[in-house]
Design a protein around this ligand. Sequence first.
Ligand SMILES: [Zn+2]
Ligand SMILES: [Zn+2]
Length: 372
Amino acid sequence: MLQTPTQAPPEGARLAMELIGLRQDIDRLELRFSQLAVAYDKTEHWDQEGSNSAIDWIRFNCRMTSTAAADRLAVGKRLDQMAQSQQAMKEGAIGFAHLTVMARTADAVGAAFDEGKLLQLARQNSPGRFHYKCMHYRHSVEPKAYADEQAELAENRKLRLSTAEDGCLLISGVLDPIGGAVVRTALEPLARATGAHDHREVEQRFADALVELAAKGGRLQVQMQVTTSIETLLGLIGAPGAETEFSLPVSATTVERWACDCSLTRVLMKDSVVIDVGRAERVIKGPRRRALIARDRHCQWTDCERPASWCDGHHFVHWTRGGGGEIENQVLLCGRHHWKVHEGGWQLIRTDDGRIVPIAPTITFGEPPRPD
Ligand SMILES: [Zn+2]
Ligand SMILES: [Zn+2]
């Protein structure tokens, strides 16, 4: 007698459905938590309890990180501007993580916030990808604020080198997104596995790559690709950030520095069509570069003597704004000082006797920065 095989319950599919349903329930609770957090923030209870802020009280008593508590409060405060998005979340089209990114974006761009446009992006992208798209959105509506934020991140960079008792070098540190992308671009090709018999761990390969890079000094050309539009290069309002392989969107001021005299591959776009692929070579080259090096010899910033091989040729008037390639329009600056002129907002003035004087950006409070 034939027996119908009993169908095994599709365990994976059942668990998948349960996970999605549970996450939607949690997201709805997160929304409720955000509303309560904002109402709580308006009371004086946290103050009476001796906390510095509502976030601080929630962090401690609800057993959360301060970032998680602050995210809930940020969402709660923006709920009246995100009505359609709340609805989309209740329908399961987006998650609470999308709402967090949207609320943070609203905080960053202020009056330029456009829920409809962002909700469309949220529906089409994972929360991580949505965060990336929102960075482009922020650049397009507030290029100056975005560039300032990137410059601030760069100010927090650090690299700690210490020698352990057995002589090993211990390295730890933080690089800003742009600096990090440059380092990764330099290390990645050197850290590739050299074949099927290369059994080194990824981290061992990166360690070897760093040593190899250091051994080659500045003689290794970093082949970094930047994809950008003409609008971004010109710093026009509404332009998205530029893209590189290993970084969040890059601000217009950084792209301007790279385009000044870079050894990076440029891909220039207009209306999504590639119109120019620059080769990885310097803008100032051949006899012109030799003339510039002969005249300046080293970085021309006050008291900086980094050699010409570490320097970029900076254009006083950038070529995107009609500056020419003549030597009078150029000056050698090391990487750090070139950064100060573009992202850092310093100005360079050439005196009558040919000296270069850096002028600090105008600031509204605190000590004026020194030309270090
Ligand atoms: Zn420059
Ligand atoms: Zn310098």
